[in-house]
Design a protein around this ligand. Structure first.
Ligand code: AVJ
Ligand code: FE
Length: 444
């Protein structure tokens, strides 16, 4: 079992950290080297930071936590913390800041990394909660990977010639039967107290009684979504919540973001390549309100976050919760479409080896899945190591997304991992799957 790599000896743990830091940096470098200086400093959308801000912010967080706090070292630069503090400057204001140039940014993040490798080699990985199991290093690896996904979303918003290229995801190996799966009522362990790099909002593990529910084996596809559009779904207030309808009317929603009308058909802009829709691919770039409206039109609903996690982790044979749907093994390319290896969701049925014990598929990777839940703390939550990661976002303003996308890295995605965003957001790699209450004859 790989659940506690805390069991690794210190040298192996250091090797693991070094490998993950290098992998995250390779991604940041690829995403920033792909475009010219002008594209790095410019704002491609008011929703996003300039790419060069993300990169320097990655370095600055690494410096704050690993160089200064964990390492107790002198600052690499003590004059830029404010500029790269996400809470000081909303994304829309960031291009107006006197940001480090691309060359200065590259040199800054490299200087920080050099010190961090020294800190890693010389810090005992015990004695302090922050360094236990190399947590702070894991947090910084995840932070960089999370911003890599944000940077990928910026790339999707960028105009101009395509610059990112990746092979297609695997195709389904055999015939695909889309179906619903009944999850019988019963207790389930949500969250974790043992996953060494789980973030504060995933903790602690707690037992929950969950009523019976039915959940779709696969996420909603482009084919399904086209039917919703064709049936006039965007013009029928009956499918929309009050806020959803208001947002629909205000912004004139017609289709998922990045869909392009071409005569009587829809195309999709995928990182600058406009292409026909792949019908059995999960729909991506929809907001919560669109997901909710689709579910109502289909006579179903979105799963709660609890239901999603039970479908993903619960093993009825043992009663315990797995790290991932397929077991406790770290994700491999056979399990899930993660890590920007493919720059699109995989067709449904592509990952039979990633299915959960209940037979639910493609929960991890492909698209983040909107759930009906707001962002709340688990019972016994303790903010760690800073309130600004999770706690300041708790409340009804945000909706929870689960499972990671093709743009998320394995380091920043687990069965317990929780993501959140405003219900209007659609530039993220978001889709959804449907659930419903079972009828009385189904649970007998
Ligand atoms: C967990 C993805 C919502 O990007 O706002 C990055 C992650 N926190 N830097 C975000 C995060 C601080 C966060 N999300
Ligand atoms: Fe950040």
């Amino acid at each position: 079992m790989t659940t506690s790599f805390g069991e690794l000896d210190t040298e192996s743990l250091r090797d693991r950290v070094a490998g993950q830091l290098a992998r995250s940096r390779a991604r940041s470098t690829a995403l920033t080297d792909a475009v010219d200086e002008n594209d790095l400093v410019k704002q491609h959308s008011k929703l996003m930071s300039p790419l060069v801000w993300d990169f320097a912010h990655i370095g600055n967080q690494e410096e704050l936590w690993l160089v200064r706090d964990v390492g107790g070292r002198e600052p690499v630069r003590d004059d830029i913390d404010n500029m790269y503090d996400a809470f000081q400057h909303p994304r829309s204001d960031r291009p107006a800041l006197p940001l480090l140039s691309p060359a200065e940014t590259r040199s800054y993040v490299q200087q920080v990394r050099t010190k961090v490798m020294d800190v890693l080699a010389s810090t005992p990985l015990e004695g302090r909660k922050l360094v236990e199991n190399a947590f702070a290093f894991g947090m910084i690896v995840q932070h960089e990977q999370q911003h890599n996904e944000t940077m990928l979303a910026t790339h999707q918003l960028r105009d101009g010639e395509p610059v990112l290229h990746a092979p297609m995801p695997p195709a389904p190996p055999g015939p695909v039967l889309d179906k619903e799966i009944l999850v019988p009522a019963g207790p389930f362990t949500m969250g974790t107290s043992v996953e060494p790099w789980a973030l504060d909002n995933e903790r602690p593990a707690h037992r929950i009684e969950v009523g019976a529910f039915v959940i779709d084996k696969y996420p909603v596809t482009n084919a399904g979504y086209l039917e919703f559009i064709a049936s006039g779904g965007y013009d029928r207030p009956q499918w929309w919540s009050e806020e959803g309808w208001a947002y629909n009317r205000k912004t004139g929603l017609r289709a998922p973001r990045f869909w392009v009308r071409d005569g009587d058909r829809w195309l999709r802009d995928c990182f600058g390549v406009v292409e026909p829709l792949v019908l059995d691919e999960p729909v991506v770039h929809v907001c919560f309100y669109e997901a909710e409206a689709y579910a109502a039109w289909a006579g179903k609903r979105l799963p709660t976050e609890i239901e999603w996690e039970k479908a993903a982790r619960h093993d009825p044979a043992t009663g315990r919760s797995r790290r991932y749907p397929w077991g406790d093994e770290d994700p491999g390319p056979e399990h899930a479409n993660l890590g920007q290896a493919h720059l699109r969701p995989a067709r449904i049925g592509a990952y039979p080896r990633g299915e959960s014990p209940l037979g639910v598929a493609q929960l991890i990777g492909d698209v983040w899945e909107w759930t009906s839940s707001d962002f709340h703390a688990y019972p016994g939550f303790v903010a760690f190591p800073y309130q600004e990661y999770s706690e300041v976002f708790f409340g009804a303003d945000y909706k929870m997304l689960r499972g990671g996308s093709f743009g998320a890295d394995a380091a920043a995605c687990r069965g317990t991992f929780r993501n959140w965003d405003y219900p209007i957001r659609r530039q993220i790699f978001s889709g959804f799957r449907l659930a419903r209450d079972p009828g009385p004859e189904e649970t007998r």
